[in-house]
Design a binder for this molecule. Structure first.
Ligand code: PHE
Length: 340
């Protein structure tokens, strides 16, 4: 019996030493000290022993029981502490570690261009007007004095959503909206997105941007138009820039013109950017047609106005030397990040 007790003690010591988790230790506690545990069994057998044996086995069994109990408690505490330390280590935050870097985006070159042009006009007292990209046929054509047979009304030129709703082919629709809601003096620009049924190539895109301008007041003349746009061109392309107005036709302006700027690359001598003739066309403009003013019930005897519309992509391509309009829409970060 004495030997058996010693054996149990040795076995317990060995197994407790090997236990790797609190669960292992708990199992050992059950196996040695539980109801059917090996040490408990010794106590159960005591009844069958004679008096003399009881005297020696009793204390010996008790001693082993206490020893195993102590070993188990000690091991349990040790493993729990270990687990706690491991968790602390895992959950701890090193506040001295450098933070995760994050990338700041850049403005799109078209946004930069629109903001630059907007800033120039805002410094001249213009405010910004906005209009929707989905427009009525009235606001893009009829209200702008376009005859019923005008070619840009064709389904092949303009995207129709219904018979009288389109994706606006120009920002001039904002002229009509402004005239219907505001009284002179009017001085607005309107940057925005436009759509035309064009097959994409290096200079065409079915989606593009324009900046519209509209001024209506007493005594506005062609001189105001020329002075304003000349000043804008000098601020945008450099103070040596010259401007030239060529007669043109738009249904909503009379007279109408296209404005060219002297090439800011060669200064007018002729180069690859200006196609050799020293001038670059950048916008359409003219004096607002009285029929358009009448849409806003404006007294055409008292008020006159001018309007203009320029292509944002074209200006950005010229300014930044971009050779293909499609680069603006590919969202290739390597392209876009060059303009920050
Ligand atoms: N809407 C014209 C275009 O898209 C530009 C323009 C605007 C011309 C205003 C005259 C006045 O080509």
């Amino acid at each position: 019996m004495q030997e058996r007790i010693q054996e149990i003690l040795n076995e317990a010591k060995e197994k407790i030493a090997q236990a790797a988790t609190p669960e292992d230790v708990e199992q050992l506690r059950v196996g040695f000290l539980g109801k059917k545990g090996k040490i408990t069994d010794i106590f159960k057998m005591m009844g069958k022993l004679d008096k003399e044996e009881k005297k020696t086995i009793g204390p010996a069994a008790n001693k082993v029981k206490n020893e195993v109990d102590a070993l188990i408690n000690e091991k349990m505490a040790e493993l729990k502490e270990k687990a706690k330390q491991a968790r602390f280590k895992m959950e701890s935050i090193d506040v001295t570690e450098p933070g995760k870097g994050y990338k700041v985006g850049v403005k799109h070159p078209l946004t930069i261009t629109m903001e630059e042009v907007s800033r120039i006009f805002m410094s001249m007292g213009y405010s910004i007007a906005e209009g929707p990209q989905v427009e009525t046929v009235f606001n893009v054509f009829d209200g702008l004095n376009s005859p019923p047979n005008h070619p840009s009304r064709d389904l092949t030129d303009t995207f129709y959503i219904t018979e009288d709703t389109v994706l606006r082919p120009h920002t001039s629709s904002v002229q009509v909206r402004t005239l219907k809601t505001k009284k002179p003096p009017i001085k607005v620009i309107s940057p925005g997105r436009c759509f035309r049924c064009d097959t994409p190539d290096a200079t065409h895109s079915p989606m593009f941007h324009q900046i519209e301008g509209l001024v209506v007041d007493e005594g506005i003349t062609m001189a105001d138009l020329k002075g304003t746009l000349d000043s804008m061109a000098k601020q945008l392309f450099g103070s040596n820039t010259r401007t030239k107005f060529r007669p043109h036709h738009f249904p909503f302006t009379e007279p109408s013109a296209e404005m060219d700027v002297s090439c800011f690359v060669c200064g007018g001598k002729g180069c690859r950017v200006c196609g050799g003739n020293g001038w670059i066309e950048i916008l359409g403009c003219g004096m607002v047609h009285p029929n358009v003013l009448e849409v806003g019930d404006i007294d055409t005897e008292k008020y006159t106005g001018f309007a203009f519309g320029m292509g944002v992509e074209r200006i950005a391509m010229l300014k930044y030397g971009v050779s293909d309009i499609r680069l603006f829409y590919e969202n290739d970060k390597r392209f876009i990040e060059q303009f920050k």
